[in-house]
Write a protein that binds this ligand. Structure first.
Ligand code: FAD
Length: 440
């Protein structure tokens, strides 16, 4: 039996499960090519080890398994020169001065820093704005912040899969993430929004009730079942979908400690996903949201500079990204962001939403497994970039939108690639469950 009817509409999205699967069959190979075969999307620079968890300290929750370790790039010569810390600092010193906070505040929001770097240098390559958050960001930047901090990792060499990270440490992070979803019940905005709870909310609620998961309890999804507006529901679905996608990957590449072999663990899938169709539905919801963001960024990407100091490769990378965005735009309309944050009562809710999402991104520093923290950071940054495109970008413009940092774009494409892979894995797992053939 199929846990989800492929022809039914994914609630809160504009399309059906089968349409998204068809779109995924189109986009999957392009995503694979971009993330596995281009330098631009393979290297990610982030602060993986040096940021303390801002919420608690618990040395005991660190994962010591080998599978939790991340292989960082010690030798910078493996990294395209333009992204090396050494190059970045050269540019800041000899050719340009890194703008101070005050200067950056004065700078018109959408005006690039290029004038400070010199005519021929594109800031999207060499100088990333530092840790300071633009107020339109949904994620705390953690990246190529010019000061030589952080680590380069190859996302290709550090696949997201089973690591063995579990127990109280992992549980505490997930619980705290879901608590971010408890938007203030007392605020007048929330009250007014609750009263316009849509049919879609009711449908989703029915799904939950059908499966008997109605309360916050140990072993139950931490879903607040009171009436919620679309915006709050979307917040929950993004984090739950991210969680479910991580679960899919750890089941897909599971490690058998007895035989020392990696295998596709169908029982893991059954337990964590198949028997929780709402979690699977949240993965599809995220796919709809991310593909819409990709489609919406199409024009903006037309004037984006992909510099790796190899013009031929840059040209190819750009053509591939534009082809991906083009396919996403030509596919079904997957998600309608224009219905969100429209109610005048919702202005504050948008700010609240953004702050909460930033908190989720900060929580990634509390993840006690390096590999899980790496992918947690990539994916929260990816969803943060998607939300920024959906809610802060004007589709008809290209030069005037907020700046999309290199790491944001890399995170967006890699996150979409992860969710794309989840859809693929779920279809194969589902078939295995339906046919009883576990040789997936
Ligand atoms: P958990 O997955 O820890 O879930 C805890 C509780 O949350 C469940 O009991 C359930 O009530 C609820 N829940 C579960 N799924 C959902 C959902 N989709 N939506 C809503 N509620 C849900 N492990 C790896 O092996 N590889 C990784 O790459 C990896 N990455 C991680 C990244 C992050 C950011 C975190 C916090 C953890 C990561 N982990 C990873 C650990 C993994 O997610 C689980 O925590 C671990 O496998 C233990 O699983 P569990 O069965 O105890 O339930």
């Amino acid at each position: 039996q199929c846990a989800i009817d492929p022809n039914s509409i994914v609630s809160d999205a504009c399309t059906s499960y089968s349409d998204l699967e068809r779109l995924n069959a189109e986009l999957g190979p392009s995503l694979d090519d971009l993330t596995q075969h281009t330098d631009f999307f393979a290297y990610y620079r982030l602060n993986l080890y040096n940021k303390a968890c801002p919420f608690w300290t618990d040395e005991n929750s660190m994962c010591g398994n080998r599978a939790c370790a991340v292989e960082t790039i010690e030798d910078e010569s493996a990294v395209p020169p333009i992204w090396r810390a050494e190059e970045l600092s050269k540019l800041e010193g000899a050719r340009a001065k890194h703008p101070g906070r005050a200067q950056r505040r004065e700078r018109p929001r959408d005006r690039p820093l290029q004038y400070q770097l010199g005519e021929n240098v594109d800031e999207s390559c060499v100088l990333e704005d530092d840790d300071e958050c633009d107020e339109r960001d949904y994620c705390i930047p953690d990246d190529e912040d010019a000061a030589g901090k952080g680590d380069y990792v190859s996302l290709v060499n550090n696949t997201e899969r089973y690591t063995g990270y579990s127990g109280m440490g992992a549980r505490q992070v997930w619980d705290t993430i879901y608590k971010e979803n408890c938007f203030s019940a007392a605020s007048p905005q929330t009250a007014s929004l609750r009263s316009r709870s849509s049919q879609a909310a009711q449908n989703l609620k029915n799904v939950f009730q059908e499966y008997g998961r109605q309360h916050v309890d140990d072993g139950e999804d931490l879903y607040p079942l009171d009436d919620e507006c679309l915006e709050q529901r979307a917040f929950y679905r993004i984090v739950s979908g991210m969680h479910a996608s991580i679960s899919t990957h750890l089941c897909w590449e599971f490690f058998n400690q007895t035989t020392g072999e990696w295998f596709h663990n169908v029982d893991c899938y059954k337990e964590r996903l198949h028997t929780h169709p709402e979690r699977i539905s949240n993965i599809y919801f995220n796919y709809a949201l991310l593909t819409r963001a990709m489609a919406k960024a199409r024009k903006h990407l037309g004037s984006y500079t992909f510099c790796s100091s190899d013009p031929e490769q840059d040209f190819e990378t750009k053509q591939k990204v534009l082809a991906l965005a083009g396919k996403a735009a030509a596919g079904p309309h997957t998600f309608d962001e224009t219905v969100m944050f429209q109610d005048p009562a919702v202005i504050d809710l948008k700010e609240d939403f953004r702050t909460r999402f930033r908190n989720v991104s900060k929580l990634m520093d509390c993840v006690g497994c390096d590999k899980c923290r790496l992918w947690g950071k990539v994916q929260t940054a990816g969803y943060g970039a998607a939300l920024k495109i959906l809610f802060e970008f004007d589709e008809s413009k290209n030069g005037e939108n907020p700046h999309l940092r290199r790491t944001e774009l890399v995170a967006l494409v890699n996150t979409l690639a992860r969710v794309s892979h989840s859809l693929d894995a779920i279809q194969k797992f589902r078939l295995a469950v339906n046919t009883g053939d576990y040789g997936v």
